[in-house]
Design a protein around this ligand. Structure first.
Ligand code: ADP
Ligand code: MG
Length: 330
């Protein structure tokens, strides 16, 4: 199978129901027509074998995840997905691998009406780079820099499960089949929070995708906004999806470890966002309308720095090893 056969067979869809571009695959450039009054939101993410995924990952879930991590960036800006390009380096053209990979990719793309409009294909070590295009009404993107003192801080969905799955792969922990099914799904098939991002337009003051870990990414948002925060760790702890299915005795990890995974585990394609206290009802409605669980975890403060509070409200030292790496001084 040659390069152009490969593109035609696995990535060009003549009968695609999705038609967001003026011109898609097949010419030197694709053409997008921005709508009047809209801005394009553009983001790229690269996935490298060994660094971002294990060689054992099923190709269907890899296709899903490659697009999901990009969609998550659009979600954080409150952008509506339009189209994406795919730059792919492959060691060899394996038909069953390509079929499963493109299935995973297009299943998620179709769910979000996001059209594959071009890319590049080359032989080499497995490397997947997607650039995604979305749109927002001019001036309505949700940025990192908009947080105000006294805003509530929220996170979407579940945190820490992907890290637990990674540690199980690494052999650090052993979990029951029931727990494994949940955490593996969170690692391999994250849910980009597009609907929540759209629903938060005009309500949230600031948002960020927390794929590098909650504390580290929230620190980026706070720095961009010139603010600090206090975080109630007791509110964050139950964000781990599997904490609901193990009781305290059967938990395969200690509470301290669980806290580390939810605060700084990484690979959680969730949103952290801030909104004024007076918008609590609107935030709850946005979560409900977008069918996305959210948790209120803290408050933005005028004074720089990240203050962690324990269950009794007392300050907690940042005494986890990875926090140094993920939570630089504000
Ligand atoms: P170029 O000469 O500009 O490098 P190519 O000959 O590599 O273009 O690609 C031919 C067409 O196929 C272009 O429209 C390109 O955008 C598209 N394309 C190449 N690889 C991919 C891919 N992996 N997925 C989608 N479209 C692709
Ligand atoms: Mg090319």
């Amino acid at each position: 199978m040659g390069e152009f056969d490969l593109i035609a067979r696995y990535f060009q869809r003549p009968n695609s129901s999705v038609k967001r571009a003026v011109l898609g695959i097949g010419d030197d450039c694709a053409l997008l027509q921005p709508q009047a009054g809209m801005q394009l939101a553009i983001s790229s993410d690269m996935l490298l074998e060994g660094r971002h995924f294990l060689s054992t990952v099923p190709p269907f879930t890899l296709g899903h995840k490659a697009l999901a991590v990009n969609l998550s960036d659009l979600a954080a800006c409150g952008a509506q997905p339009l189209a994406f390009t795919l730059a792919l380096a492959l060691p060899q053209a394996n038909p069953s691998w390509l079929a499963a990979f493109s299935d995973g990719l297009f299943s998620l793309a179709d769910l979000h009406n996001c059209e594959l409009i071009g890319g590049d294909t080359t032989q080499g070590a497995l490397n997947i780079c997607i650039t995604i295009f979305g749109e927002t009404p001019s001036g309505q993107s949700i940025l990192r820099s908009g947080a105000q003192a006294d805003d509530d801080i929220y996170v979407s969905g579940n945190l820490g499960d992907a890290r637990l799955a990674l540690e199980v792969f690494r052999g650090t922990h052993t979990v029951s089949p029931e727990v494994w099914a949940v955490v593996r799904n969170r690692l391999e098939q994250p849910t980009p929070r597009i609907a929540l991002g759209l629903a938060l337009r005009g309500i949230a003051n600031a948002a960020i995708d927390i794929s590098d870990g909650l504390l580290g990414d929230l620190a980026h948002l706070l720095r961009a906004s010139g603010k600090g925060a206090k975080i109630n760790t007791a509110a964050v702890l139950p964000c781990m999806a599997v904490s609901a299915i193990w009781d305290a005795h059967a938990a395969p990890i200690s509470p301290a470890q669980q806290l580390q995974y939810v605060l700084a585990g990484g690979d959680d394609y969730e949103l952290a966002f801030t909104a004024p206290v007076r918008e609590r009802e609107a935030v709850a409605l946005a979560a409900q309308q977008s069918n996305t669980p959210i948790t209120r975890i803290g408050t933005v403060q005028a004074e720089a720095g990240m203050r962690l509070l324990d269950a009794s409200g007392s300050p907690m030292p940042h005494n986890f090893a990875s926090f140094d790496h993920f939570a630089p001084a504000l």
